[in-house]
Design a protein around this ligand. Sequence first.
Ligand SMILES: Cc1cc2nc3c(=O)[nH]c(=O)nc-3n(C[C@H](O)[C@H](O)[C@H](O)COP(=O)(O)OP(=O)(O)OC[C@H]3O[C@@H](n4cnc5c(N)ncnc54)[C@H](O)[C@@H]3O)c2cc1C
Ligand code: SF4
Length: 1014
Amino acid sequence: MPARLMPGLERRLKADQVGDVRFDAFTRGRYSTDASHYQIMPMGVVTPRTIAEAERAIAICRAERVPVTARGGGTSQAGQTVNESLIVDCSAHLDRVVSLDAAARRCVVEPGIVLDELNRKLKPSGLWFPVDISTASRATIGGMVGNNSCGARSLRYGNTRENVLSIDAMLADGTRAHFGRMGDAGVDVPQTLVRDLLAIAARESAEIERRFPKVQRRVGGYNLDALVPSRNDINLAHILVGSEGTLAFSTKIELKLSPLLGRRAVGACHFGSFHEAMLAAQHIVKLNPIAVELIDRTMLGLARDIAMFKPTVDAFLRGEPEAILFVEFAEADWDENLRRLEQLGVLIGDLGLSWDKAGAKWGGVVEVLDPKLQAGITEVRTAGLNIMMSMKEAGKPISFVEDCALPLEHLADYTARLTEIFEKNGTRGTWYAHAAVGCLHVRPVLNLRLDKDVRAMRAIAEDAFAMVREYKGSHSGEHGDGIVRSEFHEKMFGAELVQAFEEVKDSFDPQHLFNPGKIVRAPKFDDRSNFRYGPGYRADDMTTALDWSAYPGAGGGFQGAVEMCNNNGACRALEGGVMCPSYRVTRDERDVTRGRANTLRLAMTGQLGPDALTSDEMAETLKLCVSCKACRRECPTGVDMARMKIEVLRARTEKFGLSLHDRLIGYLPRYAPYAAKFSWLMNLRDSIPGAAKVSEAIAGFSAQRSLPKWRSDIFKDSSWPGLSRPSTSSFKQDVDARHKAGHDGKEVVLFADTFNRYFERENIDAAAAVLESAGYRIHFATPGDGKRPLCCGRTFLSIGKVEEARHEAERTLAALAPYLERGMPVIGLEPSCLFSFRDEITSLVRSDLARRAADAALLFEEFLAREAEAGRLNLALAPVKKRALLHGHCHQKSFDTMTAVEAALKLIPDLQVEAIESTCCGMAGAFGYHADTIEVSRAMGELSLLPAVRNAPDDAFIVADGTSCRHQIHDGAMREAVHVARVLAMSLKEGQKPAELTALAPARSHASAAAPDN
Ligand SMILES: Cc1cc2nc3c(=O)[nH]c(=O)nc-3n(C[C@H](O)[C@H](O)[C@H](O)COP(=O)(O)OP(=O)(O)OC[C@H]3O[C@@H](n4cnc5c(N)ncnc54)[C@H](O)[C@@H]3O)c2cc1C
Ligand code: SF4
């Protein structure tokens, strides 16, 4: 549904300087969804820099009679944050810890602070906010309070409500109020409001007692139970907890903190039947664990199929269980934990389970005491959920009965009956999560574009909620009401309490300023006009260049790939992993994978006007994507924005042509042979005063950056001293002869990429020296036409010249063909070039040859690590008593090859290898050179890499395999970083080290290094 346009409102908000005010269709589109299946266009979006700005924005909305929806991470699953209103995004700037009283274990925070961020800040005081929800990396405290969020360890710590002490809030009439425990000093809420609320609660206390489910996980409706007269600890703040932004705007939240958890003991209880596991949960909780988490057989299987999780699963798994309950004990006394673990074993035996039995009664407990394995298990659980959500077909697991909470004694019957309901409606679900509190997650697979599946959704919801009611459970046990569950309140709580909820809303907010249509007076949950895939949702077909055939939809599957984003918000994490470096700098929804995917989806489906895909707004949306490919690996649903960006760049390039800047970047491999011949001329840009400024004005290369230095002694395929290479013409015969003779496994192709060939040939020399020293015969593939050197096509992809990239790839594949025929590995040094073989090239060139090249392509360090592991590596290296600090190129991380580079470095005796916890270096190919993006590039470097390098000891090696990473380190931290090949070459034993490599120095401070680039 298109939102009302209110130019007057926009003008007033801008005039009053309430922060970043955006009313354009692209921004509104990015805020029209959350992690639910709904989509409602907001009127506009304000991102205040201070609480005062937020309050001013709300005051303007009150005056203009425009509703307001506060938003944190936007990870709600029930549609809480979508509305035809002004969105106030608290997550970007309203994130201060206002005060911390460690002794009293309490702190006051602004609503936009992310849970993980808060806990990082609390860690030095030995405290944490213990509501450990799965979205801790991006959920804000304001959002958690809004939804009364619940963590895996709620058995011990309770939900958010039990951990909120007080709330400062702005009320609908503009009053600033302080909600807290009645009688406490400072509590300041308008008397009429308090009187009304207490009267409603008192009047309804019998009905509340009768109709509020007696389960811990009840987050539906308003918390009227917190205000009933029988309580002697009425905390007025608790009526705001779980109110989903419908009653007031929280400005400060006071939280109760807990001491950090100590060592834990985990029992992995194996069950031969799912039903037995469900029956057991009620008995297990009597041992007082802090969590009991379920994984079913389907999820176990999925996790076992992932290489990185297989070792973890293998470490705890016995046999073929139908379900596992992970039972966690965390008492201060370690012996007590061990005692409880033992009791768990006895209990499982008493329930009739034994490893010796077969069928349903097979099972037992595997003790997990190793903290690393415990952490691995947590990861597996999360990954299992992610895989479940990453199905590529049009049907997806839909969240609507996902968090019903049942009294434990009914869990077994409930899960069995719900499975039958799914089957009756032609679908299925996978079970996981919080068995200890009877809140099991399950998502039936449905395609909400189809009327029949929307009907199935209603049928399932009606039956499931009726069953929950029958068992006196809660239909809204974790994720809140939003649009999904509010409609069902009458059935669950009865008409009288729903009337009371409406009175609560009207006492706070008679004009319906705050997030109307949630909790009370909600639309039908299956009203398709509010769906992301509403009636008429369709993408026009479009031409695409890459292979998207794994997905359904227009553009050969491009549409399906874009639609994989389910808004779970994992890309909004501010630490850990790499994704998404641009967002970590700007904190702008536009600059995160989710925002980009949503923009693409809306553009492809015509919801952002004609030609949106090639528009300037779309270019802006993708401008800060550095194509680091982190999302390819880290996005739970596999959204690969770097690839998607290629399609958009291609479409724009076809329509508008190329800028001079793009030409100079993209066509580098074509003009490099000539530029190298005139290196002195090319380098004038960084030596003649003012020339850099001219280059910025003409070609967009920032004057603040030096450019890579051209040199005349470039790497030539015939120039490696150790090689006795046949001439090009005789080479085919040579290969044929060897083919006949058989390949002894000691021959490799070394792919000399454009960057190392022209700018840092010492890396190629070093790699060749190491490989030769280990006894490998090295080949350099040469082009059949004998003309300019080979190239992977990466630079062309970065400017959207897909056909040129394809041409380069085909040329290179043809040259590699005879080697591939003989099963030789193709070894590369520059991660972004080498991984093109394993990624884009297979999509550009759909041939058997391309697939074989992908299988054969290995980074230098991957090859060495593989050979060493197989016991085939014969490399004599001298000890180096130094530290090596390793920064991984994003593509190394994306392709999970960091362990290989560490393993390769560890071949050097005595070298102490440490990985730097870093995201993207920020240089990212051409990104860091452009005048428009240099500031963001620098800020990305400052997130983690550059401070770590500055802190490194002077004599440590800084190892970085990426050309641009080395450049960023050089520019930003005044240190020289080196490729892993050079570190290995330097440590070759004397006599094996070629003369030109003996001079290799460890990382030096810039001041003492060779002359800087500019
Ligand atoms: C994959 C996945 C896993 C999840 N796992 C869990 C889990 O383990 N446990 C759990 O409980 N939930 C879970 N959720 C749901 C969701 O992540 C949580 O509810 C989370 O706390 C929401 O935080 P947010 O910052 O994204 O809030 P948002 O979604 O942005 O907002 C939530 C509500 O709070 C309101 N709000 C935000 N700021 C304010 C403010 N300043 N004043 C007033 N109201 C405000 C909003 O209007 C909205 O109604 C999960 C969701 C996903 C997608
Ligand atoms: S490729 Fe990197 S920068 Fe681009 S969207 Fe993905 S994670 Fe973000």
